[in-house]
Design a protein. Structure first.
Length: 127
């Protein structure tokens, strides 16, 4: 297996034992992003919409570094500490993805790193 590690300063640096993304063949596995501002490694200020927007900006930066875009994602996992915020995810996600949208799962969780309210990871296919 030939795997390529993807890293970019335009997304938050890993805060644990993982890579921002790993490419194997045409498939790229993007690690979960929380709403950290890359320049400061601090949580973005603002409401849940600001957090969701920062998460997708971070994922977009990693996707670009891997040679693709969010529109190349085939599967997205959304983790929320409160599923009542899911309509906000739909609204913000529509700003970052074009139809047809990727497959997606929404998972309610008790907590996320650094007190985040949302985390998103993705699987992307690029040629």
């Amino acid at each position: 297996m030939n795997k390529i590690i993807i890293s970019t300063p335009d997304a938050p640096q890993a805060i644990g034992t993982y890579s921002q993304a790993v490419r194997v063949g045409d498939t790229v596995y993007l690690s979960g992003q929380i709403p950290l501002v890359p320049a400061t490694m601090q949580m973005v200020d603002g409401d849940i919409a600001a957090q969701v927007r920062q998460v997708f900006e971070n994922l977009a930066a990693v996707a670009k570094a891997a040679g693709g875009s969010l529109n190349d994602c085939v599967k997205v996992h959304v983790f929320l500490t409160d599923l009542v915020n899911f309509p906000v995810v739909n609204q913000v996600m529509a700003e970052f993805f074009d139809e047809p949208y990727p497959a997606r799962a929404a998972i309610g969780v008790a907590s996320l790193p650094r007190g985040a309210q949302v985390e998103v990871d993705a699987i992307m296919v690029v040629s």
